[in-house]
Each structure stands twice: as C-alpha cells, then as structure tokens.
Write a protein that binds this ligand. Structure first.
Ligand code: ATP
Length: 249
C-alpha cells in the first residue's frame, strides 16, 4: 500500500537535467526522509511530489486526502497575527467561523503556543515560534500527508531538536504520512521510518534503509549509534559523507 508513489520522475531547468528516473514510495503512516548533498534535486523532487512543479517525465500517484507543506522559511503573512495566519487557511478551506476559533486553539496547543503568542505579529515572534505557527497552520486543515522541505535548517540546535520532537509527536504518533527533506542524517535518523538517498546528480534513488524501531522509541544514544555506524560501515551513506567533505574542502 502506498499513499505517494513517484514513478520515473525526470526534470530539467533551462535544458539542464536535475532529476532522472526517480522512483520513491511512501506507505500509510510512514515518514520517509530523503537525504542527499546540496543541489542534488531534493527540493525539486518534493515540489514535484506536492504538485507545485510539473515534471518533464514520470507519473505521480497520490492516495491521500489533503496535504500540507512546511518550508525552511515559515512564509507567514506579516500583516496578520499568528492566529490570523492560521485562520487564513481555515477560511480558504471554508471552515465556519465558530469552528475556526476552536481549531486555532487546538493546533496552537499542539505546538505549545499560548493565547499571547497567537495575538502577536510575525515580527514579534522568535524564529522557533514562527516555525511553530507554520506547523500549526499546516496541521489546522487536518492533512493526512505533510511535505517537509528542510524546515528546521535555519534553527539553532536546541530549537531544532524541539521541532523534531514536535514532528514525532504530531505526525508519527498521529499516524500522518510524510516526506521529509533534509541533508542532516541525524535528523533523518531521529524522525523517519525509512531513509532514502538521492543520487548526487539526481539520477535516481541510490538506495534506502529502514530503521527498525519506531521514531518515538529512539533515544539519543540509539540515533547517534545508528548514524555513526551508517557513516562508517554503510557504502550508501559513506557516499554522502564523501561528497559533503569534497564540497567543503
Ligand atoms: N527555478 C530554478 N531554475 C533553475 N535552476 C534551478 C531552479 N531551482 C533549482 N535549480 C537548480 O537545480 C538543482 C537542484 O536544486 P534543488 O533546490 O532541487 O536541490 P536540493 O538538493 O534541494 O539543494 P539544497 O539541499 O541546497 O536545498 C540545483 O543545481 C539548482 O541550482
């Protein structure tokens, strides 16, 4: 069973190929992390999967009801309060006013935003609070699939961790499915059921590894051990490591 199937996806920008023959599947209730070095086409693939870009080749099968997207930039409307930003998507979904108020409170509680936070404008919110509003906004319409495009890259380590916990508590425990783009193997190993590696030049999925236990049951030591062993012993991830080091050098 799949809720998302990408079959033979290919794409090019200005005649330059960035993706070729990419196949990827997500099962119900599964979070798949897609990793790969910068510029290999991860964002392009997730935009294609979400229907924001029409691919040059391939077929996409979506078997979910409603998706949401969370980007690195929270993309909040600066002229609306946090509550106003969340309410906007509920208005678009034609949710009646009384239900909107209740739904805003529910999702705000899920991401630990209080009434005072909800009354603030984006300029008055910290980076982490803005990202929490963005997550609350995406949860407000009750998606059953979420696309994450490196959502926590700009956050500091502690905040990033809290946001990852939030993904685990809302998505994994809520049985939502998702595709999570990241170049951070630790992040992937914390939150995903399965990790797929995109080829350096976007020429297909190089391989994938399933993590045996559920994300909510992994402690820091288990994640650390998994990543160390993947980088040291697994040729699939050594490849990523080498490429990153080459780019830094
Ligand atoms: N709109 C665009 N027009 C032209 N080229 C683009 C466009 N968007 C992306 N590219 C190019 O396509 C390639 C893949 O970009 P993409 O953003 O999908 O990679 P990525 O793996 O998500 O990178 P990163 O991890 O750095 O965000 C890159 O070489 C990028 O420069």
């Amino acid at each position: 069973m799949t809720v998302l199937a990408l079959n033979g996806i290919g794409h090019a920008y200005l005649g330059r190929s960035v993706l070729d023959d990419v196949d990827l599947r997500v099962a119900p209730g599964e979070i798949v992390a897609l990793v790969g070095p910068s510029g290999c086409g991860k964002s392009t693939l997730v935009h294609i999967a979400a229907g924001l870009i029409e691919p040059r080749a391939g077929r996409i099968e979506r078997d979910y009801l409603r998706h949401a997207m969370i980007f690195q930039d929270p993309c909040l409307m600066p002229w609306a309060t946090a509550a106003g930003n969340i309410e906007y998507v509920l208005k678009l979904a034609r949710v009646p006013r009384r239900q909107r108020t209740r739904r805003i409170s529910e999702v705000a509680a899920q991401v630990a935003l209080d009434g005072q936070d909800l009354a603030k404008y984006p300029v008055e919110l910290s980076g982490g609070m803005k990202q929490r509003v963005a997550i609350a906004r995406s949860l407000a319409v009750r998606p059953d699939f979420i696309y994450f495009d490196e959502p926590f890259t700009a956050l500091d380590v502690a905040l990033r961790r809290r946001m990852q916990d939030l993904v685990i508590s809302t998505c994994v425990c809520g049985r939502l499915s998702g595709l999570f783009i990241t170049h951070d193997l630790h992040e992937a190993a914390r939150i995903a059921h399965r990790i797929a590696v995109l080829d350096t030049r976007g020429h297909g999925i190089l391989g994938e590894r399933r993590l045996t236990d559920e994300p909510q049951s992994r402690d820091d030591a288990a994640v650390f051990r998994w990543v160390q062993s993947a980088l040291a012993d697994d040729p699939l991830f050594r490849h990523i490591h080498d490429v990153d080091e080459r780019q830094v050098a």
